[in-house]
Design a binder for this molecule. Sequence first.
Ligand code: ARG
Length: 460
Amino acid sequence: DTQRTWGGRFGTKPDELMTRINASIGFDKRLWREDIAASKAHAAMLRDQGVLSEADAAAILEGLDQVASEYERDGVPERVELEDIHMTVENRLGELIGPAAGRLHTARSRNDQVATDFRLWVRNACDEAVDAIRGLQRALVERAEEHAEAAMPGFTHLQVAQPVTLGHHLMAYFEMLRRDVSRLADARARMNESPLGAAALAGTGFPIDRHATADALGFERPTANSLDSVSDRDFALDYLSAAAQCSLHLSRLAEELIIWASAPFGFVKLSDQFSTGSSIMPQKRNPDAAELVRGHSGRIIGAFTSLMVTMKGLPLAYSKDMQDDKEPVFEACDLLMLSLQALAGMVETVEFVPERIRAAAAQGFSTATDLADWLVREADVPFREAHHITGSAVKSAEERGCDLADLSLDILQQIDGRIDQRVFDVLSVDASVRSRTSYGGTAPVRVREQIAAAKEELGL
Ligand code: ARG
C-alpha cells in the first residue's frame, strides 16, 4: 500500500483490523486547531532558518489556513486509512497545494507533533477548568454572603458536633476550589515547555530553532531532552490528577446537597431546573444532577488511573500505547466542565430552609463544648474535668428529653456547684457561633472576613 504516508517499504495492504485498531482520528480530531497551529509555527520557523523556500512556506501557511477554515465550517473528515489528525491535515494540505505539502514534515515526526498538539490542548483545558471553577466559587460566595449568620449544625461522623454557620460551611468549598485552581495553575506552568523539534526521539540535524517555535506557540521554553520530550505524558497526568481532586470536591458538595435535600434533613429544596421527577412516584423530586456529579467524579478518577497504568511500564521513547492518552483526558475534561457548570447552577438556584437548618443546629447537644469551655474560662476547671462534668449534664438532659439550654440552674448546680446563671449565655446556638472568633472560625465576623477576601480574589 504505497498510498500510505509510511507505505514505501510495504508490499501488501494492512488488514482491515490493523487499520481499525491503529486509527485514532475518531477521537484525536479534537486536536485539529492545535495541530494546525503547531504546523504553522514549524513551517514559519523552517522558512526563517532557510530550510524551506519562501514560496513553499507561503503555500504551506496559506494552505493550512484554508484547511482550518474548512474544518471550522464542515468539521474534520474521518478517514481511518489516514490514521490520525496529523495525517488527515497533511493529506488535505497535499490535495490543496500539491507536493510542497510534503516538505512540512521536514525535521519533525508525529511523535513530537502529537506531544506538542496535546500539550497545547491540555494547557487550554487547564485554563477552561479554572474559569469554570471561578464560576462555581462565585456562586458559593454569593450564597455564603446571604447566609453568613445562619446557624447550622456542624457535623463530624455525620453526628451533630458544634453549631457553625451556613456561610462558613459553603466557604469551606470555596477553599477546596481555591486549591484546585492553584493545582491547575501549577500543572499549567510545569507543562508549558515545547517538545516540538525533538523529532522522532533524537532531535534533528536540520538547523531548526526550537526557541522560535516555542515562542510562537506561547510556551516558556523548549523541553531540554529530546527523548523525554516524546515520551513524557506527565502533563496530561498532572491535569488529570488536578481534575480528579477537583471532581472529588464536587462530589462531596453534591453528596451534601443530596443528603440535605432528603426529607429527614429538609435543609434545602433543589430548584425545578436542577431536579427531576419519578415516572411512578408523583411526589418525588430527585437530585439527579447532583448524583451525576457524584458519579462523574468516579469516571474522572478512573481516567487518571487509566493513563497512569498506560504509562507505567513503557520503555523510552514513543510506543503506540501512548495513543491511548487522549480519550481519558477528553472524557475527564468533558465531565469536569459539565459537572462544574451544573453544580454552579445548583448552588445558584438551591433554596435553603434556614428554620430547619437552625432547628437541627440546636439538636444533639451541639453546645456541649461551649459548656465545657465556660467551666474552663469562668471556673478555672481543667478541660478534661470540664469535659466530664459536661458529659453528666448531657446525660441528664438526655434522660429528661430536653436540650442543654433547657436544664434548670438547680440541676446544673447539682452536677457541679461552680456553675452559675451566666452559663445560659453560652448555651444557645447563636452565642456558641458568635464565640468562635479564632482566625478562620465560624463566628459571623470571621466568616464575613473570609467572604470579603474571597470576593477580592474573584474580583467581585
Ligand atoms: N496518533 C498517534 C498518537 O496519538 C500519533 C503519533 C504516532 N507516532 C508513531 N510513531 N506512530 O500517539
